[in-house]
Design a protein around this ligand. Structure first.
Ligand code: ZN
Ligand code: ZN
Ligand code: ZN
Ligand code: ZN
Ligand code: ZN
Length: 626
């Protein structure tokens, strides 16, 4: 029977999007750039996301029964065999499996063994910080300990990249990488056997040799000249692939914030330099005044262009809309959730006001909890478009390789998903008071310093804002704790829930969205929304706070002054706070339980609630009336 290898459509953005290396039924492939995608594909609309990313639109991979692992010109997303070096587990022969040898529907097999066993992909690959990926030069590795002239005398030296006489040996006496070696059994020019061999003890890490400057689906001539250091890693290692995914929720047009633009326009027109700018137009002084106005009002260039056009009666500039970097997706989304009049439900966006159901409650800890929560919005239906902009390798700070390696296309691969969710907003007054506490400010200043020092600051700015605020850290940690608790209470896996943090004070943000988005246009089952209804949510929150006060890695975790990537986490580890990567907007960084439940050094936003809960529990345990 022919083997069928398939990747689901939703997986073609994450986790198996362009550049990803995937293991499937014992074979290994890499997802090729979108320039190799078939012509027949499904458009996915998201105007806001397209404007933000500066592309014309999005396409999803076509539905298909079999992806193009080894068959060109077929529907489905193309995956290219990688690594190209395979070996036979029986006779240990190494084979550079060339594209010409691919047989549709059949895995590569060993032609030296009578039983024709399947070949296994080599475990090691080469990556560089510019995002390139290639096979290890195994011929060179086997000969790397020899003097250059001896090496050159091997008869395979001229076509080393597809050398035919290599074997991947395993010794019984040693263990680990030392037990593995690559050996050459070619002959030398003088007729003697080559016999070059080197074990893999030192293979991992930085290696000599030039980077090929390309990814496996690119042709030889499509390489970039790359001067980066190459690193050998296992092909399944986490640093082989860091996808860069952007996503946007559909919100109704009516829900987009008119005020922000209008306020900025008013501020520009009322600025003392405005008329001076108009007089100075066309001179070099105009730029100075424009700069000053921008600085004072925060207006963007396109808005000023538009106002100048209106004032001078000249035709409006072609870019009547803001440039990509000026579009902030989170601002619009929060505006919709926080609106005084919630937008009318549409097929893509249906929300209604919920609550903890605790109004007028005097009993503790409920009364104190209620005072800390500013509002609940239930999201019965949402549509999210996720687009893959590209990927990085070696480190999250590596060079971005665009999804279109040809650089000619104006679209990105994307998927649309439907789902449901819960929006939780904190009480603005209490939040501001807590943020103004000097201990909170000092605590967050430390994290901000670490963020500036890490190379992730710029990448995270889209989510975090230009200046990390205490409320972002608080809301982000809260979202993680809530997802963990919801999954504990309701049977959702943590991987099926996601977060969106609205923690930028400059936009009046003070909330978070926990949602599940895996459904099609029919939507999901409403299970998560039910968890957000009274009385479940209040009970979930209290249980969450109790759980968050303690971690099995305490006191180590609680007292940490910097753990996780770039030391960007404080009291937060796998045992208490972290989530699967796909659930988190910031790659599991910028988390700290202390800001939620408090510590010896810093008050938590919910410390009072926790205290009230414990007093109540103690009082009832003693049999008294609380
Ligand atoms: Zn064999
Ligand atoms: Zn040799
Ligand atoms: Zn490179
Ligand atoms: Zn912990
Ligand atoms: Zn997160």
């Amino acid at each position: 029977m022919k083997r069928k290898l398939r990747v689901r459509q939703a997986q073609t953005v994450l986790p198996f999007g362009v550049g990803a290396v995937l293991d499937i039924q014992g074979e290994s492939f890499v997802a090729a750039g979108i320039e190799t995608w078939p012509r027949l594909k499904t458009p996915v609309s998201s105007e806001r996301l397209a404007a933000r990313l500066g592309v014309k639109g999005f396409f999803a991979a076509p539905h298909t029964l079999n992806d193009r692992y080894d068959q060109p010109d077929r529907p489905g997303v193309p995956y290219v065999r990688f690594p190209g070096w395979l070996f036979c587990g029986a006779c240990r022969t190494m084979v550079r499996f060339l594209y010409e040898r691919e047989k549709p529907g059949e895995p590569p097999v060993c032609t030296s063994c009578a039983a024709a066993p399947r070949l296994t992909p080599m475990r090691f690959v080469r990556i560089c910080p510019d995002g390139h990926l290639d096979d290890v030069d195994w011929w060179y590795w086997a000969h790397s300990k020899l003097a250059p002239e001896v090496r050159a005398s091997c008869s395979e030296a001229k076509h080393a990249w597809k050398a035919r006489r290599l074997s991947f040996r395993v010794a019984d006496r040693a263990s680990g990488l030392e037990a593995l070696s690559v050996r050459c059994s070619a002959t030398r020019q003088d007729g003697k056997p080559c016999g070059a061999e080197r074990d893999l003890l030192d293979i991992l890490g930085p290696q000599g040799g030039r980077c090929s400057g390309r990814n496996p689906w690119q042709r030889w001539h499509e390489n970039a000249s790359c001067g980066q250091q190459v690193h050998v890693v296992q092909r399944t290692a986490g640093n082989v692939y860091y996808p860069v995914v952007h996503s946007a929720l559909d919100i109704p047009q009516s829900a987009e914030p008119p005020w922000a633009e209008q306020d900025a326009a008013q501020a520009v027109l009322g600025h003392p330099y405005w008329t001076i700018l108009l007089d100075a137009l066309g001179t070099s002084r105009a730029d100075t005044f424009r700069g000053l106005i921008k600085e004072d009002t925060g207006a963007c260039d396109s808005l000023i262009d538009q106002l100048v056009a209106e004032a001078t009666g000249s035709p409006a500039p072609p870019a009547g809309r803001p440039g990509p970097e000026e579009i902030d997706l989170s601002r619009d989304e929060w505006y919709a959730f926080d609106a005084a009049h919630l937008p009318e439900p549409t097929k893509e966006f249906a929300i209604r006001r919920g609550g903890l159901g605790l109004k007028g409650e005097t009993e503790e800890p409920w009364a104190t909890l209620d005072a800390h929560i500013g509002g609940v919005v239930l999201v019965d239906r949402l549509r999210e478009v996720r687009a893959l902009a590209g990927f990085r390798r070696y480190s999250p700070g590596g060079t971005l390789v665009p999804a279109d390696t040809s650089g000619r296309l104006r679209w990105l691969p994307a998927t649309e998903v439907y789902g449901e969710g819960i929006v939780l907003a904190l009480d603005e007054q209490r939040l501001t008071a807590w943020e103004n506490d000097p201990r909170v400010q000092a605590h967050v200043r430390g994290v901000r310093t670490d963020l500036d020092a890490s190379f992730r600051g710029e990448q995270l700015a889209e989510t975090v804002g230009s200046d990390l605020s205490p409320r972002f850290l608080l809301l982000h940690t809260l979202a993680h704790l809530l997802i963990r608790q919801l999954s504990f209470d309701s049977g959702y896996t943590t991987a099926s829930l996601r977060e969106r943090i609205y923690g930028r004070p400059e936009y009046g943000q003070r909330g978070l969205l926990v949602y599940t988005a895996a459904g099609d246009a029919e939507g999901t089952l409403g299970g998560l929304v039910r968890q957000g209804e009274a009385p479940h949510l209040a009970e979930t929150l209290i249980r969450m706070l109790e759980a968050a006060a303690w971690c099995s890695a305490d006191p180590l975790c609680a007292e940490h002054t910097g753990q996780g990537f770039g030391n960007l986490n404080r009291a937060a580890c796998h045992a208490c706070t972290l989530l699967p990567e796909t659930s988190c907007q910031t790659g599991n960084t910028l988390l700290d339980r202390a800001l939620v439940v408090g510590s010896a050094h810093v008050p938590g936003y919910f410390t009072d609630v926790l205290t009230a809960s414990r007093e109540y529990a103690a009082a009832t345990a003693l049999g008294g009336t609380p």
